[in-house]
Design a protein around this ligand. Structure first.
Ligand SMILES: [Zn+2]
Ligand SMILES: [Zn+2]
Length: 168
């Protein structure tokens, strides 16, 4: 994913990229295509890229333990200033374009932000029923007999506590 910015006038441009994960340099758990929408705001002194990144990744559901393909999104902004990089510059996502540059290479940032877009918690679907804490049946696919026991309502909160700690 490369923008040859010298081909663009000083104004706002919308660019679309659609490439395979391999060609961008992403490995597992990513699969399929990487879609990047870029709104480029180019002026005489800088280029600002507002990026909207869509990827798909093979994730494991935290509730039922099954693999599923999740859609991930991340928005980020990259700023490129024309000129030489000052020695004390440490600002992340701020780049410098010297006179020899005519291209912006996006793969490195796309890989970084794709990895950041993987959530800490993953659910195969919003209402995933998870596994039965007693027999391990995946309740999305089938039901088991465990839930049919009558639970004395007095003990229900305790039982819930016990099940929660088992799931961790
Ligand atoms: Zn699930
Ligand atoms: Zn069960």
């Amino acid at each position: 994913m490369i923008i040859k910015f010298t081909n663009y006038t000083d104004s706002i441009h919308d660019l679309d990229f659609d490439e395979t994960v391999e060609s961008v340099g992403l490995g597992k758990p990513f699969l399929g295509d990487v879609k990047l929408k870029v709104r480029m705001d180019k002026s005489h002194s800088q280029i600002v890229l507002n990026c909207d990144l869509d990827t798909e990744a093979e994730l494991v559901c935290d509730r039922c333990n099954e693999e599923f393909v999740g859609k991930l999104n991340r928005k980020f902004k990259l700023i490129y200033l024309f000129g030489e990089k000052p020695e004390d510059s440490e600002t992340p996502d701020l780049y410098y374009l010297s006179l020899e540059n005519d291209k912006i290479k996006l793969n490195g940032d796309v890989v970084d932000y794709a990895v950041l877009s993987i959530p800490m918690k993953n659910l195969c679907k919003e209402n995933c029923k998870g596994l039965c804490p007693h027999c391990g049946t995946n309740l999305n696919h089938s039901s088991c007999e465990c839930g049919k026991e009558e639970v004395n309502p007095v003990w229900a909160p305790l039982l819930k506590l016990k099940n929660n700690s088992k799931n961790k």
